[in-house]
Ligand binder design. Structure first.
Ligand SMILES: [Fe+2]
Length: 179
């Protein structure tokens, strides 16, 4: 009996330290994402398709944050506690986007692709954990988010070539090209 007890304790401790920490980190990453995306939308002047797709993903990201909050709340984690966690997880990746660069639109695109792929890995990991801990409702919500991240990553990846050539064309025509 003592052994069974110990293993249950370990199970719930792992849930605290691995699953819940992962959920909180994802929340911090998405909060950071809304800032990064919002800043790009504000600055883009000449690439309306990019601005449009980023706006769509900003709305999706806001829903993703709500999903994470719902999941955390279903485990008794308070909303304010979640919001207090700093969003420094993605600091390094955020630094990849150089808002003063002459090729700002391209650098931000590279950073966005890296960011979306980070999120894909994070949600793939969370889905495995939700499955392991029998959190069925959370798993379905996380899968919905994962599909949105995959779609965004695919869009950014598909757009790198077109965008590079559009940037080059504006540059060669002497038009404003950086953003
Ligand atoms: Fe995303």
């Amino acid at each position: 009996m003592a052994t069974a007890h110990a293993s249950t304790d370990q199970h719930s401790r792992a849930k605290e330290s691995v699953y819940f920490v992962g959920l909180r980190n994802a929340h911090a990453v998405e909060t950071e994402a809304t800032q990064l995306i919002g800043r790009q939308i504000d600055r883009i002047k000449n690439y309306p398709e990019v601005s449009q797709r980023l706006t769509q993903h900003l709305r999706e990201t806001e829903q993703q944050i709500k999903r994470l909050e719902q999941i955390l709340e279903s485990h008794g984690e308070s909303r304010s506690a979640v919001k207090d966690i700093g969003g420094m997880v993605m600091g390094n990746m955020a630094a990849l986007g150089h808002s003063v660069a002459g090729d700002e639109i391209l650098k931000n695109t590279f950073a966005n692709l890296a960011f979306e792929n980070y999120e894909i890995a994070a949600y793939t990991s969370l889905i495995a954990l939700a499955e392991h801990f029998g959190d069925t409702r959370a798993k379905a919500m996380l899968e919905e988010t994962l599909r949105e991240e995959q779609a965004m990553a695919a869009w950014v990846a598909d757009n790198v070539r077109t965008l590079t050539l559009a940037y080059l064309q504006r540059e060669e025509a002497g038009l404003k090209s950086d953003r």
